[in-house]
Design a protein around this ligand. Structure first.
Ligand code: GAP
Length: 443
C-alpha cells in the first residue's frame, strides 16, 4: 500500500490522465487554486449533485430547490456582516515573505524557513468586482462567498409561491467564491468551488432537535454512497473557529491523506439572517403561524456541503490498488454505481463477425438512460482494466455466443465475477443496480 501522501499524488495523476480534473488554464501554467473538470470528472460531479438533490429535495415533501445568482445586491453583504467579518487574519514571514492564515499556524515562527512574522492583519476574502461601466466605489459588487444568502433573500418569494409550512427547507447547488489564502491540497480548497446547501427553517425551540436530525441524515448520506464509516467523524467547532452568524456548528470530517478535513458544516444560524434582512429592508420575513395567530422568525439549521470536497472524498474512498496472486496490480475506483461516471462499457470481443453492430445496438438502448462507453480497441483484459480505473461498474461483452442466444457477458467491476444476461433484460438489470439511495429513517 502506498504512503498516504503518495495516494494524493496518485489521485492527482489519475485525475489528469483519465480526464477527471485538470489544472485551470494549464497551457498558461495553471492558476493557483483553480481547477477544471474533464469528461469523467463532470460526469462524476453531475452524479454527486444528483445524489444530493435526490436525497435533500426530490424525495422530501418539505424541501424545495432554487437557483440564485452569484452576484447579488451588495447591500446583502453589508446586512449579513460578510462585508466586514468575512475575513481571515494573516501574517507574512519577514524572511521568505510567505503568507499564512493565523488559524492554520501551529507555532509562532514561519513553518517554511523559521523566520519572524509581521503583525497580524485582517484580509477580506470576498472577491470584488464592478457592475456597470464606471469602476468606482458605488459600483462595487461581490462574488458570493456562500449560496445561503440566495435562499434567505428569497424566503418570502418561496413562501408566497408554495404551500410550505414550518418546518421546511430551501436548497440550492451553485458556485461560491473565496479569495482563500491557504491553498493547496488539490480541489479540497479552491477559490471557485461549488456548494450544496439547505436552509432548513423551523420553530424556535425545535432547532436543537433538527440540528441533530440533519447531522445524522447528512452523515448517513456519505455512508450510503460507500464512504467508509471509520473515515468519517463529527467535530464541534470551538469558539475560535465559529462563524460570526452561528450559535454552534458541527462538521462532518473525512480523513483525507493530508489529515482530517471538513467535508460539510451543519450550523445553527438561529434567526440571524432573516431578522437582519428584515430590519435592513423593512420587509416582513416572518412566518405567520395560523393556529397561534403569531408571527415568528424561524430558526435555521444549515447543512452546507461542498460538491468538490464530496467528489474528492468519493474518489479517494473508492480508490484501490488490487494485487493478484501473480503480483499484477489493478487500479480500481469502486464508486457506488449511481455515482460512477460511466455505468457500463460495451465491448465487442472482436472487431468482426457482426459483433460491433450488436454492441452498438446495445449502446443505443442503454444510452437512453445512462452514460455508457463503447470500446473495441485492444485485448478484452486491457479494456476491462481501463474501465476499472474509470470506476465503471459493468463491462458488457458481446461474444460469439451472443449471436446464438442473444445473451451477453456482464462482468462486475469489484468482484470481477461474470454472468450471462439476455440483451432484452439489460436495461432492467442495470436499473436494478443504478439507483439513488433513499433517505434513512431517523428517529
Ligand atoms: N453557508 C455556510 C458555509 O458556507 P462553510 O463551512 O464556509 O459554510 C460549507 O462552507 C462547505 O463548502 C464546506 O464544508 C466545504 O465543503 C465547502 N467549501 C468551503 N470553502 C471551500 C473552498 N475554498 N474550496 C472548496 N470547498 C469549500
Amino acid at each position: 500500500m502506498a504512503a498516504k501522501t503518495d495516494i494524493m499524488e496518485e489521485i492527482v495523476s489519475l485525475c489528469k490522465r483519465r480526464g477527471f480534473v485538470y489544472p485551470s488554464s494549464e497551457i498558461y501554467g495553471g492558476f493557483e487554486s483553480f481547477w477544471d473538470y474533464g469528461p469523467l470528472g463532470i460526469a462524476l460531479k453531475r452524479n454527486v449533485r444528483e445524489a444530493w438533490w435526490h436525497n435533500t429535495v426530490r424525495s422530501r415533501d418539505n424541501v424545495v430547490g432554487v437557483e440564485t445568482g452569484v452576484i447579488m445586491n451588495p447591500n446583502v453583504w453589508q446586512t449579513t456582516g460578510h462585508a466586514s467579518h468575512f475575513a481571515d487574519t494573516l501574517v507574512d514571514c519577514t524572511s521568505c515573505n510567505q503568507r499564512f492564515r493565523v488559524d492554520h499556524l501551529e507555532g509562532d515562527t514561519c513553518p517554511n524557513c523559521g523566520g519572524e512574522f509581521t503583525e497580524p492583519r485582517r484580509f477580506l476574502t470576498m472577491f470584488k468586482t464592478f457592475v456597470g461601466p464606471v469602476e468606482d466605489d458605488s459600483a462595487v459588487a461581490y462574488l458570493r462567498p456562500e449560496t445561503a444568502q440566495g435562499m434567505f433573500v428569497n424566503f418570502k418569494n418561496v413562501l408566497n409561491t408554495s404551500r410550505l409550512r414550518l418546518p421546511f427547507g430551501i436548497a440550492q447547488i451553485g458556485k461560491s467564491y473565496r479569495n482563500e489564502i491557504t491553498t493547496g491540497n488539490f480541489i479540497f480548497r479552491q477559490r471557485e468551488f461549488e456548494q450544496m446547501e439547505i436552509e432548513f427553517f423551523c420553530e424556535p425551540g425545535t432547532d436543537d432537535q433538527w440540528h441533530a436530525y440533519w447531522l445524522e441524515a447528512r452523515r448517513q448520506w456519505y455512508l450510503a454512497y460507500g464512504v467508509k464509516e471509520e473515515k468519517l467523524r463529527l467535530r464541534q467547532h470551538g469558539d475560535d473557529e465559529l462563524a460570526f452568524y452561528a450559535k454552534y456548528c458541527w462538521d462532518i470530517e473525512y480523513e483525507f491523506p493530508f489529515g482530517w478535513g471538513e467535508l460539510e458544516g451543519i450550523s445553527n444560524r438561529t434567526d440571524y439572517d432573516l431578522r437582519n434582512h428584515s430590519e435592513a429592508t423593512g420587509q416582513d420575513l416572518t412566518f405567520f403561524d395560523e393556529e397561534r395567530k403569531e408571527h415568528v422568525f424561524p430558526y435555521v439549521i444549515e447543512p452546507a456541503a461542498g460538491a468538490d470536497r464530496a467528489l474528492l472524498t468519493f474518489l479517494l474512498d473508492a480508490y484501490d490498488r488490487d494485487v493478484d496472486a501473480k503480483g499484477d496490480t489493478r487500479v480500481v475506483l469502486r464508486f457506488h454505481p449511481f455515482l460512477a461516471p460511466i455505468k457500463a462499457a460495451i465491448l465487442p470481443l472482436v472487431k468482426k463477425g457482426g459483433l460491433p453492430d450488436i454492441a452498438k445496438e446495445i449502446v443505443a438502448q442503454l444510452q437512453l438512460h445512462w452514460d455508457v462507453f463503447y470500446d473495441e480497441s485492444g485485448s478484452i483484459g486491457r479494456r476491462y482494466r481501463r474501465q476499472d480505473e474509470a470506476g465503471t461498474p459493468f463491462g458488457i461483452t458481446v461474444d460469439f455466443q451472443t449471436k446464438d442466444d442473444n445473451t451477453v457477458t456482464v462482468r462486475h467491476r469489484d468482484s470481477m465475477a461474470q454472468e450471462r444476461v439476455p440483451i432484452a433484460e439489460l436495461t432492467a438489470f442495470m436499473a436494478q443496480h443504478i439507483r439513488p439511495e433513499s433517505n434513512p429513517k431517523l428517529p
